[in-house]
Write a protein that binds this ligand. Sequence first.
Ligand SMILES: *Cc1c(COP(=O)(O)O)cnc(C)c1O
Length: 239
Amino acid sequence: MARYDGLMGMIEYEEFLGNLAIVREGIGRACELAGRSVDSVMLLPVTKTHTSEVVEYVSRAGLRVVGENRVQEAVEKKVGVKGDLRWELIGHLQTNKVGLALRTFDRIQTVDSPGLLMKLNSAAEAEGKVMPILLQVNAGEDLAKYGVSCEGADKLLELALSLRTIRVEGLMTIPALSEDVGVAVRAFNRLREKRDELEDKFGVKLPELSMGMSGDYMEAIKAGSTIVRIGSGLFGRRS
Ligand SMILES: *Cc1c(COP(=O)(O)O)cnc(C)c1O
């Protein structure tokens, strides 16, 4: 049985459209409150654990991108999906899956070590492509999470900038799970400050800040997020 049979969580297209309208309204409201343009935030629907049918909902609704957290799951789903979608990896990438990830995804948001960077760079070189990535930063200093520490991010970026077939587009973070939204807000603000610091130090643009999920995307937008990763808010709770 597939890990993502997701049948329990399968929702109807109409219900998804209703959820989508609610999330878009939330994004719009948060942007308005923050004095930002609504075009400055990308909605990334997270289809992990759901079937390719749900991925097709995304496409049918006119969205052009999905996020998945496992390489193999995305590979299997992609086969069954028509339409022109961009795929983004938002889960931890093991070094032995780098080649497959590179061919499957249009952007990898979870690069957090020199080893992974080097492997991605050689795989991209071999494929003759330039790979867009985000550096995953453990901005909440959460022991249970992947991501380079804020202190380690400078060295990792320096290495990334020296690699010809890697293009760093920004930073990503996953805050610690907490009842207190303040924990996430502190991580979001820390990530933005770190981004600003890195842009100054290296004289580069790091426009993307991937932060915020179903429970905290409005706070994330207030803190400067440009990519909100929404799963349950669109597709219902995962079984
Ligand atoms: C699952 C997942 C999400 C979506 O979470 P929801 O709370 O369901 O919106 C976002 N980001 C990452 C990295 C995830 O793994």
